[in-house]
Design a protein around this ligand. Structure first.
Ligand SMILES: [Zn+2]
Length: 161
């Protein structure tokens, strides 16, 4: 659980909080394509903004996926950078941010995980097979993008919400 005791936040100020949380906050079903593969690391600042707790910073959690093309397992770390979580105070002194963070992390998981987009950028055997065919013309424009652009697009969309 990630909780913030708002009694520790001086009025009009923010406090820095960081941590390395070994608990599996995602609690994904065992047969899910994604499995949590490490601890949740975060470095954030907590402040009170009107009747809400604002928790803003960087969060990262590694997952193990299976490539949707070649079926090999690979690691992919979900990173939420400069990410904001806003939670209503509701007259509580201890605010639990676990549910909000879990939701944001799960939203950031790739729909079609591919090993060449993972942390180690593995050489996907299924991908290579297509590329060596000279007559093959990619119909998926995503292939033309740089390797990081899709994950950044996802993050950008999340921030707009
Ligand atoms: Zn693959």
């Amino acid at each position: 659980m990630i909780t913030v005791d708002i009694r520790n936040i001086p009025e009009g100020e923010c406090i820095a909080l960081d941590g390395d949380l070994a608990d599996d906050i995602c609690q994904l079903p065992e047969k899910d394509a994604a499995m949590v593969a490490g601890s949740l690391k975060y470095r954030a600042e907590a402040s009170i903004v009107s009747e809400n707790l604002l928790f803003r910073g960087d969060f990262q959690l590694p997952f193990k996926f299976t490539c949707c093309r070649c079926n090999q397992p690979f690691l992919y770390t979900v990173r939420l950078l400069d990410h904001s979580i806003l939670a209503p105070l509701e007259n509580l002194s201890l605010i639990d941010l676990t549910d909000a963070l879990r939701e944001d992390i799960i939203l950031a998981l790739p729909d079609f995980p591919r090993c060449n987009k993972g942390d180690n950028q593995m050489d996907c055997p299924a991908r290579g097979k297509f590329q060596t065919e000279e007559s093959f013309v990619p119909i998926n424009p995503e292939k033309e993008q740089t390797k990081d652009s899709t994950s950044w697009d996802t993050l950008d969309k999340l921030k707009l919400d």
